[in-house]
Design a protein around this ligand. Structure first.
Ligand code: HEM
Length: 148
């Protein structure tokens, strides 16, 4: 009889342990990546399309892009944002310092570009949280882009 009680207690304890572990696992479930929350590659592609069109029409900064191969620039930007937001892409373009070297980009130029991006994110109704997370990923690049 004794062994049956021990077995019952053993099984019960195991059950409680497994139950706790499962709850712990659920509690530790990670938030989706920014990439997923933004809507993945299709959403990022739509954002970059709209954003680059705004930049191209923005007389404050479009002179910088006069000789730019726009489709190639867009593809690089998509990969960069995809990778930086935790997506499955690999950015293979130049690092930000090299890409913008010698352009003499000012604070005002940088802010104009960010303004265009925010207008796009607002148009697509990207929530405040995801908007600020994306801007927080791009913000630190400023020190390598603004040289004047
Ligand atoms: C966080 C802000 C920015 C990001 C993430 C960014 C990203 C990029 C990327 C990925 C490239 C492509 C690099 C390559 O060709 O390998 C690029 C190139 C370039 N960027 Fe930016 N950029 C930013 C800000 C700016 C600003 C403020 C300007 C000017 C107002 C600017 C002007 C350019 C130009 C003219 C090119 C060269 C395109 C070409 O090859 O003709 N960028 N940028």
């Amino acid at each position: 009889m004794q062994w049956k009680r021990r077995l019952a207690i053993g099984v019960l304890s195991l059950g409680i342990l497994v139950g706790c572990a499962t709850t712990g696992e659920q509690m530790a479930t990670k938030e989706k990546s920014l990439y997923d929350r933004l809507g993945g590659k299709p959403a990022i592609t739509a954002v970059v399309d709209d954003f680059v069109a705004r930049v191209a029409a923005d007389r404050r900064i479009n002179r910088f892009f006069a000789n730019t191969d726009i489709p190639s620039f867009k593809a690089k930007l998509i990969d960069q944002i995809c990778e930086a937001s935790g997506g499955p892409c690999k950015y293979t373009g130049k690092d930000m310092k090299t890409a913008h070297a010698g352009m003499g980009i000012t604070d005002a130029d940088f802010n104009a570009l960010v303004e265009d991006l925010v207008a796009t994110l607002d148009k697509f109704k990207v929530p405040e949280k995801e908007k600020s997370e994306l801007l927080a990923v791009l913000g630190p690049m400023k020190k390598d882009i603004v040289t004047r």
